[in-house]
Design a protein around this ligand. Sequence first.
Ligand SMILES: Cc1cc2nc3c(=O)[nH]c(=O)nc-3n(C[C@H](O)[C@H](O)[C@H](O)COP(=O)(O)OP(=O)(O)OC[C@H]3O[C@@H](n4cnc5c(N)ncnc54)[C@H](O)[C@@H]3O)c2cc1C
Length: 422
Amino acid sequence: MERKVLIIGGGAAGMTAAIMAARQGARVTVLEHTDRVGRKLLSTGNGRCNFTNTDQKPEYYRCTQEDFPWQTVSRFPVSDTLRFFAELGIPARSRGSCLYPNSEQAASVLDALRMELDRQCVDVRTGCRARTVKRQNGAFAAETDGGTFRADAVILASGSRAAPHTGSDGSGYELARALGHRIITPLPALVQLRCAENDYKQMAGVRADARVELYTESGGSWRLEAADRGELQLTDYGISGIPVFQVSRFASAALHRRKRVKAVIDFLPDKSEAETREMIAARCGRMQDNTCEQWMNGLLHKKLAVVLLKRAGLRPSQRAGDVPPSGWEALYRQLRAFETAVTAANSFDQAQVCCGGVDTAQVDAVSMESKLVPDLYFAGEILDVDGICGGYNLQWAWSSGAVAGRSAAGGKDDRQRKGQIR
Ligand SMILES: Cc1cc2nc3c(=O)[nH]c(=O)nc-3n(C[C@H](O)[C@H](O)[C@H](O)COP(=O)(O)OP(=O)(O)OC[C@H]3O[C@@H](n4cnc5c(N)ncnc54)[C@H](O)[C@@H]3O)c2cc1C
């Protein structure tokens, strides 16, 4: 008999799950509470949609159960993603290892998915919010604004709490909780960090190539949690840009546990210590009679240079020749190890994803089925999985969506898990 699969959430994961389940012969309905599917997808990659990445490593997917995401991604890896989209008429274009649709338009990815949902006769109900999902007599009943939907299997793909204006308001967590699932507190990730010092207003708008290290305090000593290099952006309240996004989940988690957090920034990441010291000595030799501000000219952005000088205890108008060796040592530290106290991460409104979500200890990575409720599946960001920047979060949505869709329809992943096929 045709299996009825109900999918809650019409985002990247929900649409993929719907297509895969329908291709396996299931009768599929997608409930989406906003007026259109794929709203978040449209804002990805600044509207260009960095939809996957050819450089894949297990550690790029973060989760409390470290091994969980990779088991799922390996069942629908990048090669499958590329084939899936090529068949939908979306060839990829690369920028380094990041892949975008050749059109460089997120809208074309969404249109391709919508066309395939139509082709597979998926019943898409927009403006339809799932309020409760209950297991009744071996099946499911979902109460919505538009009445009750019954199904043999349900896939929760309702996203996280990140960027709630796109529809992901966290309501999926409550549906999961009501079905007995544990939720690891969702926190903003891939997000800007707010800092304590009051000189950020002077540096706002500056961009610089830098290495950012994130430390958390534990038992009186600092522990390095993560580091990344790229274009740092200084804002009037703190730090932003890709290297900050990449380390931000560790700041969110530590601040949530009330730990102290600091970032240490290297503004000359290409130079060794010896090269930096030689450069300082050479400039000192040439620029004895210049002011410290002139001494910094061309090295870093002027606004940043003035702050570094002040933090090193030097006056911008001071004659370089009058600076004692301890002054140059202090400046060296500011250039190579600029410390800033991180006080908060920006809110869910600004976050690209969340860390935390449905605890994967209660979910089977091979099928995405709940270990607590038979025929209940999960896909996408609702789970406690977050990827680094660079197309990994969408790859997680495609992989987990494909696996959940196939399993919910009683397909390959499910039968493999149950030992019926190898
Ligand atoms: C600005 C921005 C840029 C990004 N850029 C990239 C990028 O370039 N590359 C990348 O890999 N990742 C990127 N991401 C992250 C990526 O977009 C997400 O990880 C991914 O879209 C998550 O897909 P999802 O289907 O799990 O959740 P979502 O896309 O959030 O979809 C969930 C859907 O469920 C619906 N819903 C929620 N609750 C209910 C309910 N109770 N009933 C019915 N419907 C419900 C929501 O309205 C939503 O449409 C970006 C994110 C943002 C915010």
